[in-house]
Design a protein around this ligand. Structure first.
Ligand SMILES: [Zn+2]
Length: 290
């Protein structure tokens, strides 16, 4: 019998009609930006599953969820929806959005956009979101570090601002997106200290035409490796690309080229994500906290 390849999961993909300025952000100007193009690229990089992260530009939570639900169904479940909410719209709006999610069984995670939007992860208006995540055992992914949008305020997007909710909600798992870049060391401290904190490797690279791109790949790999060494484990590190910003084969190559045991690279490239997002279980609403 042929050995079964370990699963590969990209925890950070963007495919949405509200993606801003594709011509200037995609790794290649002629990118086929649709589900066929994405699935082809996933096949080429041997990626089994991907998480579809929304963008904060979506006009409403309803439309964002409907779009990702449609894309997920069309992909045969290879792409899984992630939902978002803007707490600056107020407590009532947050509660209404969470109520919308309650009856939706396909949600794989919640994503928050501090930095792009002016709020901290410990904003009290987010309490219903964390309670929902707890009830449904869904990870909360938090944008970290640099923003594509120059009007973003990165002070809201530092790993240290996640510490308080990680401690307050020990049963909720948090994912520090982009490994906190540029605060990779700070992110590593949280992954080390808080057992419910994970980090993804997405979006660490600039556009391939950027000066020093090759060296940036080397440096990105070295920075993540140093963080993993200081954490002392690769068990809560998740591969992600930030497609269409990064090419999937370049993003997976960042992990494949790491000077780590093969078992650790397999964990980062998919096994950790299958466990965290329960991708081997059928989607179900109100799964509870069994
Ligand atoms: Zn992203």
């Amino acid at each position: 019998m042929a050995p079964v390849a370990p699963p590969r999961v990209d925890v950070h993909l963007h495919l949405t009609r509200w993606w801003p300025d594709l011509a200037h952000t995609a790794y290649r100007a002629d990118l086929e930006y649709n589900s066929a193009g994405l699935l082809d690229e996933m096949d080429a990089a041997r990626i089994d599953f991907g998480l579809l992260l929304p963008v904060h530009e979506a006009p409403s939570p309803e439309e964002a969820l409907a779009e990702s639900r449609t894309l997920s169904a069309a992909s045969g479940g290879r792409l899984r929806p992630v939902v978002t909410v803007d707490p600056t719209r107020g407590e009532e709006a947050v509660r209404a959005t969470v109520a919308l999610w309650e009856s939706e069984p396909t949600i794989a995670a919640v994503k928050l956009f501090p930095g792009y939007l002016p709020f901290y992860p410990h904003d009290p208006r987010l309490a219903p979101v964390y309670e929902f995540a707890h009830r449904r055992r869904l990870p909360v992914m938090i944008h970290q570090g640099d923003t594509l949008d120059r009007k973003g305020l990165v002070k809201f997007a530092r790993p240290i601002e996640v510490d308080e909710v990680a401690v307050r909600y020990p049963d909720v798992r948090f994912v520090l997106c982009h490994f906190g870049n540029p605060w990779v060391e700070e992110a590593a401290e949280l992954v080390y200290k808080d057992e419910n904190v994970y980090a993804d490797t997405s979006g660490l690279l600039a556009h391939p035409s950027a000066p020093y791109f090759e060296r940036m790949v080397e440096q990105g790999r070295a920075r993540i490796l140093a963080a993993i060494v200081s954490v002392g484990s690769a068990d809560r590190i998740l591969y992600g690309s930030d497609w269409p910003l990064e090419e999937l084969r370049v993003a997976t190559g960042l992990i494949e080229g790491m000077d780590l045991p093969l078992a650790d690279r397999d964990r980062i490239l998919g096994e950790n994500a299958v466990r965290l997002y329960r991708l081997d279980e059928a989607p179900r609403a109100g799964a509870g906290s069994s």
